[in-house]
Every structure is written in C-alpha cells, then in structure tokens.
Design a protein around this ligand. Structure first.
Ligand code: PEP
Length: 249
C-alpha cells in the first residue's frame, strides 16, 4: 500500500516571518499520521520553516535546486545545501519553471539525478497544456516528459520518488481536472513506469494530482486508485490545507 503524500507548493509567497506564522496557524490542522505532509517553500523560508516545524509531522521541501555540486552559479542553490538545511523533498520541473525559466527536460533530468544523489526526494512535475489536451496528445506528451526526465535513473530510485501530474490548464485557474481525467493520466503514468522499468517499480512510485485541489474536491480525487495525494498551490496557504490533508477524517 502506498502512503498518500500531500504537499503544499507555496510558490513565491510568504516572507520568512509570514512563513513562521503560517506554520503556527496550520500546525494543529495538518496533523494526520495516515499521510505524508510536506511544505515546499521559497528558498529564503527554508531555515525558519525547518525550525518552526521541528517536532511536527510536516516535512520541508524546496521549490527548485540546481544540478551542479558547487561553484560559480550566482543565485543558485545546490542539492547539498538543501539537504544540510533539513530539506527532504524538492519540486523539479514545475510548469512555471518550465515556462517562465525555460527549463527543459535535459536540464530536469540532471536535476532529478542530482537530487537523488544528495538524498532528496524529487517531486517531478509533468502536465499538458489545454491545446495539447484538445489535440489528443496528452499522454504522448507526458510519456515524453517522464521518459526524458528519468533517463538513466535506476528503478530503485524511481520507486522512491514522487511524480506530480499537473495539467497546466488547471493550475491556479480554479478549473480542476475531473476525477476521471486525473485518474486516467495518473494511471497512464504508472503504465509508462511499468514499461520503462517493471511492475513493482510502477506500483511503488507515488503519483500526485495537482491543479486547483481544494477542500471540496480532495477526498474524491485522492480516493482514486492511482492518485496518491496532491500537490496543492493556492489552497496550501490557508486553513483549507488542513481540510485537504485530513480528507479522510
Ligand atoms: C501548483 O502550483 O502546483 C498548483 C497545483 O497550484 P494550484 O493548486 O493553485 O492550482
């Protein structure tokens, strides 16, 4: 049985002091030992959030990292720095980074490998545009992303990672994929992993749905057999996140 994982993606929100206040506000609301709970926070919030969450059930994730070990990469943060600061997860390939920062699959593949090498768990994002969905190439596109981003990654490492299926047209739009659409693609990703690797790896990897998840739709989405939780943007910044985390209570 895969344990569900529900992660908040704070994006570029919350100053360090606001971040600490939000951790305190959500502390009792996000207690649920049945699921893994993660806050993926801006780089500058990592240290205060790690400290604020000590002794709680919540783990800390980063929203990005660079693949090089160290050196002259002004403004970047390495996997080793994240690990040393107490980070356990890192979002890789969010559609906003693919789009605004032109991150391509070759770069993301390097990031995935470096994160794993450093002992971080990647939350690898994939997803189609509305245009791609309407053209009927959703699964072709996502299979291409998954195969490219995981090129050369060993089965044992894939089994431990998290993949987030996030249709781009559903992110921050209030337009959630239907449960059937989300399950169809999450199931398709699992089939893709079984083809590249094997059935055991496919059964082990956790696949989240992300895109306008809220307190009203989380329980139905997370009840699907191939949806192992969610990556939550907007709703992770408010008390509603507690209801999403405790969807099974
Ligand atoms: C996201 O940022 O990954 C996301 C899914 O955002 P939202 O929940 O706001 O759609």
């Amino acid at each position: 049985m895969r344990k569900k994982i529900i992660a908040g993606n704070w994006k570029m929100n919350m100053t360090p002091s606001q971040a600490v206040a939000l951790c305190a506000e959500l502390k009792d609301l996000v207690k649920n030992d049945d699921v893994d709970v993660v806050y993926c926070v801006p780089a500058i919030d990592i240290v205060p959030v790690v400290n604020a969450l000590k002794g709680t059930n919540v783990k800390v994730g980063a929203e990005n990292m660079y693949f090089e070990e160290k050196g002259a990469y002004t403004g970047e943060i390495s996997a080793a720095m994240l690990k040393d600061a107490g980070v356990e997860y890192v979002i890789i390939g969010h559609s906003e980074r693919r789009d605004y920062f032109k991150e391509d699959d070759a770069l993301l593949n390097k990031k995935v490998k470096k994160a794993i090498e450093a002992g971080l768990t990647p939350i690898l994002c994939c997803g189609e545009t509305l245009e791609q969905r309407e053209m009927g190439i959703t699964m072709d596109w996502i299979r291409m992303q998954i195969k490219s981003d995981l090129q050369g990654v060993a089965a044992a490492d894939v089994a431990k990672l998290v993949i987030a299926y996030e249709p781009i047209w559903a992110i921050g739009t209030g337009k959630t994929a239907t449960t059937a659409q989300a399950e169809e693609v999450c199931g398709g990703i699992r089939e893709c992993i079984a083809e590249i690797y094997d059935k055991a790896t496919a059964e082990a990897v956790r696949i989240q749905y992300g895109g306008s998840v809220n307190a009203g739709n989380a329980a139905e989405l997370f009840a699907e057999k191939d949806i192992d939780g969610g990556l939550v943007g907007g709703a992770s910044l408010k008390a509603d996140f507690g209801k999403i985390v405790c969807y099974n209570k």
